[in-house]
Design a protein around this ligand. Sequence first.
Ligand code: EPZ
Length: 416
Amino acid sequence: MDKVIITGGKRLKGEVEISGAKNSALPIIASSILSTEECILKNVPLLKDIQTIQRLLECMGARIQRDGYTLNVNAKDLKSCEAPYELVKTMRASVLVLGPLVARFGEARVSLPGGCAIGTRPINLHIAGLQRMGAEVEIKHGYVEVRAKRLKGAKIYFDISTVTGTENLMMAAVLAEGVTVLGNAACEPEVVDLANFLIKRGARIQGAGTDTIIIEGVSKIRGDSYEVMPDRIEAGTYLVCGAITGGDVTVSRCIPSHLDAVLMKLGAAGIKTEVSSDSVRVIADNGISAVDVRTMPYPGFPTDMQAQIMALMAVSRGLSVITETVFENRYIHVPELRRMGANIKLQGNDAIVEGVKKLSGAPVMATDLRASASLVVAGLVAEGKTEIQRIYHLDRGYERLEEKLSRLGADIVRVS
Ligand code: EPZ
């Protein structure tokens, strides 16, 4: 079991290059199921979650080759339409094969994802949308079994904005008969990235990035090449690493406009940022003021940055109220941060963070991807050594983390 050991106190300086977005690459790879031609995907990050969806497609019969950051996916000879529990339980985003499988083959058998550390995370909205499109759905032995001769376009309204729900149904609608309208659709940039790739292959989609997406079904879509967009959450995480250490860090190969809500919060906390076309520089030389944060669907403050900003607020001047509105249990990092000396009280879905002068290094446990990131952020500034165990959580979403942080001057080592 790998762990990382961070010795806090180093100011981070320099430049870090952002990798391709995990949450964009996952639906884009799943969308290759919709074509019988090869898809050539560039800037695909080297992450555990990407290996998982690659294994899932290969066990269904797809042929995948990786050459550096390029992934060639050919789903022409796909045989099975089943996503087994063994794989889905390690990554709930495997549910993204559901829509494409039903669209192309008229059937799918996908294990229900089961619970997850940050919440129950049901897929009822994915299923309800497919039923609206004429699919027969049965839940049996922990699997969702879907059948449809040919999906029909339908008007679908999401009770809650759901990112993968929007992506699943957008992919299902691409090959459906007639027009599908997705109301209260997720506006995340990852949805837009997927839509851009589908449109390039011949899909007819309008409104991606807004809360109403209209898809006119076509009989087939081609394979094609595409470059995955940069990871806005990785970028935001490094900005917070620069800020908490009072450093001067430039995050390059990112899309600054994806980070507007994060940059606004950092500015309100007294942290200077300079934005160029594809990079953001953070200069934190006059301390950190406490600010309130409320997570919201895009373009609001991203829930995937909540744990990281909480670590920053833990050493700010003043009192910050952080409200998590997207997931019902996304405070697993709180007990671990408390063990490092943070002063955090939980009241419902509010976390009241009283800034302290110093955090102290401690052995801590990673529990989910972004909670682990917040422990790294805290460890960079804590006095002494912080030892983070179970860092496979980090490897799911952060490529070469210790290498990128070391190059910025952090004292971080991975120990097997
Ligand atoms: C995506 O998860 C991301 N994962 C998550 O990133 C991210 O935190 C989340 O969106 C919110 O931005 C991927 O894109 C692979 P949701 P997703 O469906 O789609 C409820 C990370 O760290 N809901 O937008 O699963 C759900 O319980 C991960 O990279 C239903 O009730 O999230 C949640 O409370 C963590 N029924 C809310 O909606 C449904 O059918 C938003 O979930 C679907 C969702």
